[in-house]
Design a protein around this ligand. Structure first.
Ligand code: NAD
Length: 457
C-alpha cells in the first residue's frame, strides 16, 4: 500500500463531496440499498472470512455481524427521510415572524478505522451512519482480521459509489500515514492507547472524533441472585467470540461465600455450551493471532489467584480454553488491564458498597453488569457508578437495541452510535434562521445610538 498517495485519495473524496451529490436523499438511499444487497448476496463469503479469522461459528457470525449490520442498514433506510427533515424549533418574541430550524448537514469526508473482533459489524455499522448522513468515506478495516479486511476491500467497491467511498487496507504504517491527512470526522474503534494517538492527530486539524475504546467492564453478583440463570447469561457474555468482545464482562465481583457456588454453576454453563472439551466445539472461537495468545497467556499463567477452571492453551491452534481465576486480588495482573480473551477473574468483595468503591477507583468502563433479584441493589449500583452502558441481569444485549446509544465514557471512549445516534454522529446540526426584509421599524430599538430609553425598557 506504500505507493498509494493518501493526500490525493482524500482530495478526490473532498472534490466529490463538494459536488453535493452525497447530500441528496436518493444517493444516500441508493448506497444503503447497495450495502444491504452486499450483505444479502455475500453472507456465506462473509461467514467464511470470519471463520478463518476468528473461527467464528455461523450462529455468532449471523447474530453479531451480518444480521446486526443488516438491521442497522434497515433502520437507517426506514427512518432516513424523517432524520433528514429540518427540525423546527421554539421561537421567542423577537423571532416570532421568522423561520427557525435545525438543518442536518453532512460533515464532509469521514475516516473510519475498524476493529478486528467483530470486523463486519464494527466496520459497516459506522459506515451506515456516515452514508446515511451524506458523507464521503475513507474506510480502513483492521489488518488483524485480514481475511475479512480483504473481502471488504473486494466487495465494497463492487456495490458502492467508488468516487465517494474508498477502502484502504494496511497496518500501523498505513494508519499513521492516513492520520496525517485532514478529515471532517474520524471514527475509531480499538484500544485506548491508539485512541490517544488518533485524538492527537485529529486535534491538529480540530477534527471531531468518535473513539470507541475498551476497558475493564465489571460484573457484580449480588447475594440474592438466581445463580443458574446468572451463570448462563454471564458465561454467554464472557465466552462468546472467546471473550474478544469490547463489552464482555471483564471480571466478576462476588461475596466470598458465593464464589465457589458461582464457579460450580459457571462450569456447568461452559459444559452445556461447549461440551467437555471446548476445543472440539464448533461454537467456541479462537484468539485472533499469536500476539494476542501471548497477551492472554500472561493472565492464565500469572493473572493472580488460582486457576479454578480451564487454563488450557494450544498456541499453534490459537486456542485458550474458557478459564476462571478465583480469589484474585485488586493488585494482581489480571486486574490491571483489559483481558479481551476467555479468562474470567473473580475477585471476592464483602458487599455491594465494596464493589461500588472498587469500580469507582478505576477508569470508567465501557459496560457494567449487575446480577441481583433486589431491584434496589441494582439501582444503587447504577446510581453510584458510571460506565458507557449498564445492564441488570444480563450481558451484551444492550448493543442490540438500536434506540440505546453505544459508546464509552472517560477512558472507555468519546461519542456513541447505533441507529439514529450514528446518523447524528456524522451530522452537523446547523442553526438556521430566515427573516424577511420587512418590518424594519421594530429593529430601530437594537441599533445605536443606545439611548437610555432603549436600554431601560
Ligand atoms: P489493534 O491493535 O488492532 O489496533 C486497532 C487499529 O489501530 C489498527 O488498525 C492498527 O493498525 C492501528 N494501530 C495500532 N497501533 C497503532 C499506532 N501505534 N499508530 C497508529 N495506528 C495504530 O486493536 P486492539 O487494541 O487489538 O483492539 C482491541 C481493543 O479495542 C480492546 O481494548 C477493545 O475493548 C477495543 N474495542 C472497542 C470497541 C468499542 O466499540 N468500544 C469495539 C471493539 C474493540
Amino acid at each position: 500500500m506504500a505507493d498509494v498517495n493518501y493526500n490525493s485519495v482524500v482530495s478526490g473524496l473532498r472534490k466529490e463531496f463538494n459536488t453535493g451529490k452525497t447530500k441528496t436523499f436518493r444517493w444516500r438511499m441508493d448506497q444503503l440499498t447497495a450495502l444491504l444487497r452486499l450483505l444479502d448476496e455475500n453472507t456465506d463469503a462473509l461467514n467464511n472470512a470470519l471463520k478463518q479469522d476468528l473461527n467464528k461459528c455461523v450462529a455468532e457470525a449471523v447474530l453479531f455481524e451480518v444480521n446486526y449490520s443488516r438491521n442497522e442498514v434497515i433502520t437507517a433506510m426506514s427512518n432516513l427521510k424523517e432524520w433528514m427533515e429540518p427540525e423546527w424549533v421554539k421561537k421567542n418574541l423577537f423571532t416570532m415572524m421568522d423561520t427557525c430550524f435545525i438543518k442536518r448537514e453532512p460533515l464532509g469526508v469521514a475516516l473510519i478505522l475498524g476493529a478486528w473482533n467483530y470486523p463486519i459489524q464494527l466496520t459497516l455499522c459506522p459506515l451506515v451512519g456516515a452514508i446515511a448522513a451524506g458523507n464521503c468515506v475513507l474506510l480502513k478495516p483492521s489488518e488483524v482480521s485480514m481475511n475479512t479486511a480483504l473481502l471488504l476491500e473486494k466487495l465494497l467497491p463492487k456495490y458502492l459509489d467508488n468516487d465517494c467511498l474508498k477502502v484502504i487496507n494496511g497496518g500501523i504504517p498505513e494508519t499513521t500515514a492516513l492520520l496525517n491527512e485532514r478529515y471532517d470526522y474520524i471514527f475509531y474503534t480499538g484500544n485506548t492507547n491508539v485512541g490517544k494517538i488518533v485524538y492527537q492527530a485529529a486535534a491538529k486539524h480540530l477534527t471531531p472524533v468518535t473513539l470507541e475504546l475498551g476497558g475493564k467492564s465489571p460484573c457484580y453478583i449480588d447475594k440474592e441472585t438466581d445463580l443458574d440463570v446468572a451463570s448462563n447469561r454471564l458465561a454467554w457474555g464472557k465466552w462468546a467470540n472467546a471473550g474478544q468482545t469490547c463489552i464482555a464482562p471483564d471480571y466478576v465481583l462476588v461475596r466470598p461465600e458465593l464464589q465457589d457456588k458461582l464457579i460450580g454453576k459457571l462450569k456447568e454453563s461452559i459444559k452445556k455450551f461447549f461440551g467437555d472439551d471446548p476445543k472440539q466445539s464448533n461454537d467456541f472461537a479462537r484468539i485472533v493471532n499469536s500476539r494476542h495468545v501471548d497477551r492472554v497467556r500472561k493472565f492464565v499463567e500469572n493473572g493472580g489467584g488460582s486457576v479454578a477452571h480451564g487454563g488450557v492453551i494450544d498456541e499453534k491452534a490459537r486456542y485458550i480454553s474458557p478459564t476462571i481465576l478465583k480469589d484474585v486480588k485488586d493488585t494482581d495482573a489480571a486486574m490491571q488491564e483489559e483481558i479481551f480473551g476467555p479468562v474470567l477473574p473473580i475477585m471476592p468483595v464483602q458487599n455491594e458498597q465494596e464493589a461500588i468503591n472498587f469500580i469507582n477507583s478505576r477508569e470508567k468502563p465501557l459496560a457494567m453488569y449487575v446480577f441481583a433479584n433486589d431491584k434496589k441493589v441494582a439501582e444503587r449500583m447504577i446510581n453510584a457508578t458510571s460506565s458507557g452502558s449498564c445492564v441488570v441481569n444480563d450481558c451484551l444485549v444492550q448493543g442490540a437495541l438500536e434506540t440505546l446509544p453505544f459508546g464509552g465514557v472517560g477512558h472507555s471512549g468519546i461519542g456513541a452510535y447505533h441507529g439514529k445516534f450514528s446518523f447524528e454522529t456524522f451530522t452537523h446540526k446547523r442553526a438556521c434562521m430566515m427573516k424577511e426584509l420587512k418590518m424594519e421599524a421594530v429593529n430601530v430599538i437594537r441599533y445605536p445610538p443606545y439611548t437610555e430609553k432603549k436600554t431601560n425598557w
